[in-house]
Design a protein. Structure first.
Length: 142
């Protein structure tokens, strides 16, 4: 399945500041984002324009909870309770989307309005989840 075959359409955009707390040091990064939903109401997307380029985030609901997929330096899949963060080394829209679809499997649930609401908070949520993963990894190192 591709972006075109799922018939994504833009439903909004926003700008703001991402707040990232990295071991007690707070960083702020400006962003602009466009938000999309597929025609099935199963996958929402955010395309955030960050200082280091465009970043894609995908969100779906599954029987096991929410699945967020974004680019990172390595592939990964971390369960964070009611959410799962899946990372991929792919950076292009269709590559990140394909990683997301594979991660969700066959259990994707439609929730068009809920996904639209949640993805508008997606850029900050992605940063927060990434920090949770980092803290989890650091706790394992100690």
């Amino acid at each position: 399945m591709t972006w075109a075959s799922r018939d994504f359409h833009q439903f909004g955009n926003a700008g703001g500041i991402l707040r990232i707390d990295m071991m007690g040091e707070e960083m702020e990064l400006p962003y602009r984002a466009q938000f999309y939903i597929d025609s099935f109401g199963e996958i929402a997307a955010a395309a955030a324009q960050m200082p280091d380029g465009e970043k894609w985030l995908f969100l779906s609901r599954t029987e096991d909870g929410d699945v967020y997929t974004q680019s990172a330096n390595r592939d990964g899949d971390v369960d964070l309770g009611k959410a799962r963060l899946v990372t991929t080394v792919k950076t292009d829209r269709d590559g990140v989307l394909m990683s997301h679809i594979i991660a969700c499997g066959t259990g994707i649930k439609a929730d068009k309005e809920g996904l639209k609401k949640d993805i508008t908070r997606g850029p900050q949520k992605a940063a927060d989840l990434a920090m949770k993963v980092m803290k989890k990894m650091m706790a394992g190192v100690r």
